[in-house]
Design a protein around this ligand. Structure first.
Ligand code: C5P
Length: 238
């Protein structure tokens, strides 16, 4: 399964900046957008509700991680909002992931289009931190693949991963298990703080089922043109 529209990361501080950005797009264009912690903590549920009411699909990226009961309750609230994608940390454990699935299903009245993605190891975590701080002796790759397998067994809809890991996760998963990949850049873009990046067409060839694109679109001189190019490359139409 492939999500055809690139997901735009709305990494903005407030609603005013979001509105200024979105008004560059044609009024009837329905986008797939990601709301992260900064925007959600500043604008709350209203921001999610407004974007959904305007016809956009929303990925609410809050990376929940707590005891199963608490995450289940949080997912029930998130499910009621009508978002398509949301995130939890796989390191919370299988029972937390199962509780999350049950909470989201309950809140969304069993909407099959609402999915939870697992964060495996954060891309900011280094192999050295894994061994010296988490005291994990396995390699990063083994840990990521293990968390992806546990997430699938717990009933999650997919993982957030680097496009560099997508093919290996695809190889061990059911076809509908999503590999949602940030760290996407256009040729000539700055890498910013992302270490391992891919272009949209490379990500498509490497087993990504959806791409999340922030600065390559939001900081472009012409964000709409950048979005259109990303979309064409992702769909391999250029
Ligand atoms: O601007 P850029 O395209 O790098 O933004 C990528 C988005 O994906 C940001 O919202 C960032 O928080 C998110 N993300 C990431 N790497 C992960 C998980 C999420 O870059 N491993």
């Amino acid at each position: 399964m492939k999500i055809e529209r690139p997901i735009i990361a709305l990494d903005f501080p407030d609603k005013q900046t979001v509105d200024n950005f979105l008004k560059k797009f044609p009024a009837n264009q329905q986008l797939f957008v990601k709301i992260g912690m900064e925007l959600f903590y500043s604008e709350g549920q209203t921001m999610v509700q407004e974007l959904i009411a305007a016809g956009h699909d929303v990925f609410l990226d809050l990376k929940c991680h707590d005891i199963p009961h608490t995450v289940e309750a949080a997912m029930r609230v998130i499910g009621k909002l009508g978002v398509k994608l949301t995130t939890i940390h796989a390191s919370g454990g299988t029972s937390m992931m199962e509780a999350a699935v049950s909470g989201l299903l309950d809140g969304s009245n069993g909407d099959p289009s609402a999915k939870i993605l697992a964060i495996t190891q954060l891309t900011s975590t280094t192999e050295m931190q894994l061994h010296q701080e988490q005291l994990v002796t396995a390699s990063m790759q083994t840990s990521v693949l293990n968390y992806a397998a546990l997430a699938q067994q717990a009933g999650l809809g997919g993982v957030v991963c680097s496009a560099w890991e997508a093919a290996a996760i695809q190889a061990q998963s059911q076809p509908n298990f999503l590999r949602v990949t940030p760290g996407i850049r256009l040729a000539g873009n700055s890498h910013d703080d992302q270490k391992r990046v891919m272009t949209p067409d490379q990500a498509a060839s490497n087993g990504s089922s959806a791409i999340v694109v922030g600065r390559a679109i939001t900081q472009a001189a012409d964000p709409v043109a950048a979005y259109q190019l990303v979309e064409k490359l992702w769909r391999k139409q250029v």
